[in-house]
Design a protein around this ligand. Structure first.
Ligand code: HEC
Length: 301
């Protein structure tokens, strides 16, 4: 008798616990942040779903069927009026096609960095910083296209020192109507095109991703300026670009570097030849051993 009483008192709290779990669990299911396939329970639905129009949606309420209302006639865009105390204001409208899209009024790429961007040492330093962050992984620090990611990329990378990217490069086009040939500036030589590549990538990002999300227009011009500086860096001529009193030093350094390069090349070639010879020797040895082996009984003639 005593034993039965004890088990009843133990069972009761257990049942209560299970009940609380089941009922409580049922009430909780479908609440916010729970994973559940039914619509969530809403205690105060009007606070969750307030009646409003999403951008660009249609409505029957207005005669033109658009939920979004056109601007009041004569409205002056915020960025269109200058305000000395608010220098940022002029940047809101983004009306300057040259600065923000790298194109002129007719939509053609600008040949040069627009005059609203001052090219100076600060801009170049900024361009170098952004280039080294966003471009060097593929195009490498020197622009030859042998970056760590670039070597593994699905499209072969160009070298920025290819003449077609140099300012002033031209290409021939055939006029579809007359068949006459014309020489025009190569698209790839235009600063506006390089700007566009930085912001939007190549072929809509299919070949090269665009970096417009990370490199704002002024910084993109800084990258273009640095891109040009990289090109010049590979085209230097001691007799032209170096001050007279430094030419001897620079020439000696260039000679030293060339010698080191040639020495290393010769050493690499010697090592490769030695490795080849060793491999051949081992193979010959293996072959000789095989030929000398007495024919095994399993081998059929
Ligand atoms: C993820 C790799 C990758 C990164 C990062 C990258 N590029 Fe490229 N880029 C490519 C590839 C691939 C191509 C070649 C596309 C093609 O075949 O036309 C290319 C082509 C280019 C071209 C030549 C476009 C043409 O029409 O010939 C320029 C200029 C260029 N990149 C500049 C940049 C600059 C500047 C940055 C940094 C903002 C950058 N790239 C970052 C992969 C990359």
């Amino acid at each position: 008798m005593k034993g039965t009483n004890m088990s009843t008192t133990r069972i009761f709290p257990l049942t209560a616990l299970v009940l609380v779990c089941v009922v409580g669990g049922g009430m909780n299911a479908g609440c916010r942040s729970d994973r559940f396939d039914k619509p969530p329970r809403q205690l105060l639905p009007d606070m969750d779903d307030s009646p409003k129009f999403n951008p660009q949606t249609a409505t029957e309420f207005f005669e033109d069927g658009r939920a979004m209302r056109p601007g009041v006639q004569g409205t002056v865009a915020f960025g269109a009026t200058s305000d000395a105390a608010d220098a940022l204001r002029a940047t809101f409208l983004r009306e300057d096609q040259g600065l923000y899209a790298g194109r002129d009024a007719s939509g053609a790429y600008l040949a040069r960095i627009p005059s609203s961007v001052t090219v100076d040492a600060t801009l170049l330093a900024r361009g170098a910083e952004k280039y080294n962050i966003y471009c060097a992984a593929c195009h490498n620090y020197d622009g030859y296209g042998k970056g760590m990611v670039g070597e593994q990329w699905s499209y072969p990378l160009p070298s920025f020192h290819d003449p077609k990217y140099k300012a002033g490069a031209t290409e021939e086009v055939v006029d579809a109507a007359t068949g006459a040939k014309r020489t025009i500036a190569a698209k790839t030589s235009l600063d506006g095109y390089i700007f566009d590549v930085v912001r939007n990538g190549v072929e809509n990002g299919a070949k090269m991703p665009g970096y417009g999300h990370a490199i704002k227009p002024r910084d993109a011009w800084a990258v273009v300026a640095y891109f040009r500086a990289l090109q010049v860096s590979q085209d230097g001529q001691v007799s032209v670009d170096v001050p007279a009193e430094k030419r001897a030093d620079v020439s000696a350094a260039v000679e030293r570097a060339n010698r080191m390069f040639l020495d290393k090349k010769a050493a690499d070639a010697k090592k490769a030849a030695e490795e080849d010879a060793e491999r051949e020797r081992l193979e010959a040895e293996k072959k000789a051993r095989k030929n000398n082996k007495p024919a095994s009984p399993e081998v059929k003639p």
